[in-house]
Design a protein. Structure first.
Length: 105
């Protein structure tokens, strides 16, 4: 595969896109970067064919890389850890707007 020719085709295709599509393209590129971090690299059969300009991107923080399912699982785990803390339950009066803001509210 001719990497330089493929790269030039992509550049030309991007140049032909309407400006409204550029935002979607940036989202897609962000997704590809995210996906490349989360999936193990495919081993190269010929190390000499590996692109030399590839940089290692730092791992994204959890809030940027987590799927909805991972967020849900993590949140449910967090809830379970707090159930065991045995905190006193506040009454409705204790958390009412009037009790929080007093005369300001």
């Amino acid at each position: 595969m001719n990497t330089q020719a493929t790269r030039q085709k992509l550049i030309n295709a991007i140049a032909d896109l309407p400006s409204e599509a550029l935002l979607e393209l940036t989202y897609f590129i962000d997704y590809l970067r995210y996906k490349s971090i989360r999936t193990p690299p495919i081993p190269q059969t010929n190390p000499a064919s590996a692109p030399s300009d590839v940089s290692i991107l730092p791992e994204l923080p959890f809030y940027q890389r987590a799927t909805s399912e991972e967020w849900t699982e993590t949140f449910l785990e967090w809830i379970e850890t707090h159930k065991k803390m045995n905190h006193p339950i506040l009454s409705d009066d204790a958390i009412s707007r009037e009790s929080i803001y007093g005369e300001r509210g």
